[in-house]
Design a protein around this ligand. Sequence first.
Ligand code: AMP
Ligand code: ZN
Length: 664
Amino acid sequence: MKTKEQIEALRKELREHNYNYYVLDNPIISDFDFDMKLKALQELEQKYPEFYDPSSPTLRVGGAVTKNFETVVHEHRMYSLDNSYSKEDLEDWEKRIQRILGDVQVEFVCELKYDGASISLTYENGELQRAVTRGDGFQGDLVTTNIKTINSIPLKLKGDYPPKFDIRGEIILTLDGFAKMNQERLDNGEEPYMNPRNTASGSLKLQDSALVAKRPLECLLYSVVGASGLETQFEVLEKTRQWGFKVPPVSKLVKSINEVVQFIAYWDVHRHDLPYETDGVVIKVNNLQQQEELGYTAKAPRWAMAYKFKAEQVSTVLNEITYQVGRTGAITPVANLEPVLLAGTTVKRASLHNADQIAKLDVREGDTVFVEKGGEIIPKIIAVDFTKRSRNSEPTIYISHCPECGTELLRKEGEAQHFCPNDMGCPPQITGRIQHFISRKAMDIEGLGGETVELLFKEGLIANYADLYTLTVAQITPLERMAEKSAENLVNGVAASKNIPFERVLFGLGIRYVGETVAKKLAKAYKNIDALMAASQESLVAVDEIGERIAESVVQFFREEKNRTIIERLKSYGLRFSLSEEQLQNQSDALKGQTFVVSGVFETIGRTELKKLIEDNGGKVASSVSSKTTYLVAGDKMGPSKRSKAENLGVAIISEKEFLAMLA
Ligand code: AMP
Ligand code: ZN
């Protein structure tokens, strides 16, 4: 097969797998096979840049950075929707419609109102041309690069699509995806995001598209503008589904407002079974000809109406505000509520986030408060019912000392949360760190759970994670609920963890901001703990994707004597503190401290391979030439702007041969 055909065949196949996986939720090959095929395509594309295609599935992984998003005018304005709250509102709307259209049959399509950020996508000849946020409805931000990373958005269409049209939809995060993102943040010692909607919306404006690619965003589509040949809204939904878009199947074609009301009643309850958030129903006149006759008011179409679900809100009494201390010492205020039923579950606690939030709401113990459940793991308090506040209520005074150890709390400049600085003496911080250390993604110690850690700590058997390795069966067996068998399991589980690879041990240490991915980067860059412990702030920042904040945290962690002592102990027990032989193969420090930009096509080596060589030998790969660039490795067909920039900045330009010679 000719290369071009081979590339095209791979693209087509990957596109289909993408569609099966992300649109139909029905993959037919394994993730591994998919990744292998994607890699194969990436390599071919790098080797043969002449077959570049802006809608190639390889562009999903992102990488391009946008400093300022360009503002563009919508070819077709993005309108808002009028709201209704009752059956009467809907009947009034129907009357207005009949007055304009006369005595004709009007059908409606009922859809759910997806709660995310609206987007308008322009397709020309079946290819995604641009993606624009709603903005003020007249003009929005051009976010095409970020949008291309969202897997459920087709870059190339299937079937009999019109030559040019705009399609509109909502960018959302599923509740599941959102919860996972937050769990990861908590694992890294970061504050969780507030809700899926704002997080989805914020994602569109991230400068680094590679970060967008990592978020589990989806796009649900609901309307087409500027296309001919379509007759009804219901047909639009069916057709767009055939073209490859993700169009939720819950929409329904109905003949009367009575049926609309039934649809609303059903989904008001069952929306909680959906994997994403909805905040209402959108009812649209089905016939597009009728839509056109009805037209628009100054702000909304006359042919559509939103019905807002009643917010999932209840009021209850706040009995007490308590304060939780996390593993990093961060304090979270919690509202303890008079138990109340909300969205199908009994709610007893709600998050108050931080001191500012308490001050903003002016929430006090004894208040009656409104509680709402969104995508958060725990519900939140949205307001105080001031009509019910008692006369002698006192403003909340935020705690000044740690509720667990009594140490005076601190608050860092620019951070919302207070924290307890007594990291070595504050019980929940101590047990929190050990719990993190044994967790699945870190040391994954079998036979040991969070509660047992607390028990062992309370009994004075452990005070840090190194102590785990000296525990004996004889020590554990006398403890409550610990039979000999479970004691043995525990000790065996601890011993087995000595084989966990370096990067996971590093993650398990619980250095603030060093999550799973960062731990991997650091392990790869420094190869063993001694090198990492000796690393300066500047050296750390020179590692790809390591910023000031992480670097500072790492340096500070290793500067502390107590941490160094614990690491020495862990070493003596035989934990892995360096990359394995296998991981080390072909790695060196030959290019340490040097930053490379790779451009063009090479004769003896693929671009991916070349970049890997740089990284394996301790160098850093950057995407654009700057004063920090040490070398520009120039291949055939290198971009002229890169060359002139390098020349202007005095960056050395080397050939592929010269580069390989550096490693020889
Ligand atoms: P609003 O922001 O309350 O004026 O509501 C209008 C917004 O609802 C639109 O801009 C869309 O982003 C969003 N929306 C969500 N689901 C739908 C849907 N099925 N049909 C139309 N608009 C929807
Ligand atoms: Zn404390």
